[in-house]
Design a protein around this ligand. Structure first.
Ligand code: TYD
Length: 314
């Protein structure tokens, strides 16, 4: 709830806490709030956790999407024609559904075949298929976006970038899987949010749009960049650690680790006039600064107390 503090008092904002698998609650929320657009971002999203325990990923990402689609279909069927014309179900997905690009120069386009590697990406691929089927079979007006790796403020510190920033500040090891040469295409979260609005408001029904950051980087380069910004903004006071880079530790590789993901984002540029504003250089600086300025937020996430925070105004 602390992530939403800045908009708590806004009269255009309402918060409902519900499990997307709970069709009774979702039906009530649809009827009460009468949405024009549903943006479905609710998912289990961390590959390592999907390897440790795939069950929640199957439940939330596949069954949850199925329930949301069914509740959307029910709600949509009861709308008057004008509202039907405006309604959209927008499913937010990942480039990981396309699988591993390995050492090739290829980029993922919207036509690339699905080839997921992990329980996480397989569950997202499955949910994308459900969304397409609901469009084709039931004429639900759907949109799908597949984005590259997000980063920025408020990211849960199980993902690479926030984990490395917080570990460094606490003097803990910075674990790099394998040789650190895996490549990801980094997308600043505000750029992603802008792209999602473009698609939700102007995307063509039934279409898929890839969203990428034009920032392909090796993991080791990302971590070294974080260390150098931290060295500048918050020099280490840890004994024997003159630069945060000293904390880099190579650990066993992730099983089934995808070597490279990279997005061809030309469709969304040509058709919807969207381009990322941030370079990795500007985005990572803002991100590191945000984590330095918001230690209470990350403390509450790391100690688990965020889970019992009061739902203000409910
Ligand atoms: P992650 O943030 O988990 O995103 P994804 O697996 O969806 O790409 O990981 C990004 C990359 O960083 C990925 O290649 C795995 C690697 N990684 C590490 O080397 N060490 C870590 O501690 C983590 C969490 C990830």
């Amino acid at each position: 709830m602390e992530s939403l503090e800045s908009i708590e008092g806004n009269e255009r904002y309402v918060f409902e806490r519900a499990d997307i698998c709970n069709n009774i609650e979702i039906r009530r929320i649809f009827n009460q709030h009468q949405p024009d657009v549903v943006m479905h971002l609710a998912a289990e999203s961390h590959v390592d956790r999907s390897i440790e325990g795939p069950g929640e990923f199957i439940q939330t990402n596949i069954m949850g999407t199925y329930q949301l689609l069914e509740q959307s279909r029910l709600y949509y069927s009861g709308l008057e024609d004008r509202k039907k014309g405006e309604f959209r179900f927008h499913h937010i997905s990942t480039d990981e559904v396309y699988g591993d690009l390995g050492a090739t120069e290829i980029l993922f386009t919207e036509k690339t075949s699905y080839d997921p590697s992990s329980p996480y990406s397989a569950s997202k691929a499955s949910s994308d298929h459900l969304v397409r089927a609901w469009q084709r079979t039931f004429n639900l007006p759907t949109l799908i976006t597949n984005c590259s790796n997000n980063y920025g403020p408020y990211q849960f510190p199980e993902k690479l970038i926030p984990l490395m920033i917080l570990n460094a500040l606490e003097g803990r090891e910075l674990p790099i899987y394998g040789d650190g040469n895996q490549i990801r295409d980094w997308l600043y979260v505000d750029d992603h949010a802008r792209a999602l609005l473009h698609v939700a408001l102007s995307g063509e029904v039934g279409e898929t749009y890839n969203i990428g950051g034009h920032n392909e980087m090796k993991n080791i380069e990302v971590i070294k960049k974080i260390c150098s910004i931290l060295d500048e903004l918050c020099p280490s006071k840890i004994k024997g650690v003159t630069s945060y880079e000293k904390l880099i530790t190579y650990v066993d590789d992730r099983v089934g680790h995808d070597v490279r993901y990279a997005i061809d984002a030309s469709k969304i540029k040509t058709e919807l006039n969207w381009m990322p504003h941030e370079t990795f250089e500007t985005g990572i600086r803002k991100t590191v600064q945000w984590y330095l300025d918001n230690r209470t937020w990350s403390d509450h996430v790391q100690d688990g107390s965020y889970q019992s925070q009061k739902l203000e105004g409910i």
